[in-house]
Write a protein that binds this ligand. Structure first.
Ligand code: SAM
Length: 291
């Protein structure tokens, strides 16, 4: 059997052997704890019939476990210096491919066609580089890739925002965007000690179960997200003030009051109290009034 990469000893050994120095600017915090990896991989519900897409394999600690659990693994890594290490650490897993590139620039649809033909389901499984967490998640969701789950280690604070329900300070446009596409669930909170080097924020593993169909009917998705964004521009202001600033003039503002009333929304409420369903109704009525 092959030795696990995820231990402090093995990680240091490998980095020394290849003369590798960590780059903070690329969010390189490597996992050195097998138990956490096991929790991540279990949450993804992989089988030998399924595929896994990893973003940022690092030296391969998680990739190795994905190689054991999934029938097909593709890992996108931006740091060229890691490629020779990955070639060595992943050599026992021939159904695992490393693609060199920036995940934000890679054509993922094409990558899926190239690498995931014949697998029943694909999940994204990753310990994400924290400086680009939100752009990566939004890219995965907006491209509507055929994904089953997205299981990722991210900053705890971002996980809380993704999973937040209406009414609290964590609830905002990110919560609504993520929950429009997925059902989020925080799998576990992760201490800083499981990484080399230790990050200066707390982390969490979140599972986003990708929905087959959206939970609300918005008619125009782009406009719906526009309305949501606008409603949170100034969190302390009312929904009326935020939307008036974005879509109306002094002269037309009174229309907005009518639209809000029609939508069953008190104009004095704040954006953070509206449910996704209320945003859906509101954006449909607003679109009609503005067209
Ligand atoms: N998966 C490894 C682990 O868990 O130990 C490494 C995780 S580390 C937090 C993030 C990894 O993402 C690093 O290997 C880094 O080089 C890579 N990375 C950073 N930005 C990236 C990008 N835009 N596209 C692809 N990989 C990136």
């Amino acid at each position: 059997s092959v030795e696990d990469i995820a231990s402090p000893k093995k990680t240091k050994e490998l980095m020394q052997k290849f003369g590798f120095t960590l780059k903070k600017s690329l969010g390189q915090n490597f996992l050195i704890d097998y138990n956490i990896l096991h929790k991540i991989v279990s949450a993804a519900d992989l089988t030998p019939q399924k595929g896994a897409l990893e973003i940022g394999p690092g030296i391969g600690a998680l990739t190795q476990q994905l190689g054991k659990a999934a029938g097909r693994v593709v890992a996108i890594e931006i740091d060229q210096r890691l490629l020779p290490m990955l070639e060595e650490t992943l050599s026992p897993y021939p159904h695992t491919t490393v693609v060199h590139g920036d995940v934000l620039k890679v054509d993922l649809k094409e990558l899926f066609e190239q690498h995931f033909q014949g697998v029943s389901q694909v999940s994204v499984v990753a310990n994400l580089p924290y400086y680009v967490t939100t752009p990566i998640i939004m890219k995965l969701l907006e491209e509507k890739l055929p994904l089953e789950n997205i299981v990722v280690m991210i900053q705890k604070e971002v996980a809380d925002r993704m999973a937040a329900k209406p009414g609290g300070k964590d609830y905002g446009s990110l919560s609504i965007a993520v929950q429009y596409y997925c059902i989020p669930e925080v799998v576990t909170i992760v201490p800083r000690t499981v990484f080399i080097p230790q990050p200066n924020v707390d982390s969490a593993v979140i599972r986003l179960k990708v929905r087959q169909t959206p939970p609300v009917d918005v008619e125009d998705e782009a406009f719906f997200f526009d309305v949501v964004q606008a409603s949170f521009v100034q969190r302390r202001k009312t929904i009326y003030n935020n939307l008036a600033a974005k879509y109306f003039t002094k002269e037309t503002k009174s229309e907005l009051e009518v639209i809000l009333q029609q939508s069953g929304i008190d104009p004095s409420r704040r954006g953070e109290t509206l449910s996704m369903e209320e945003y859906a109704v509101l954006s449909r009525n607003l679109a009609r009034a503005l067209s």
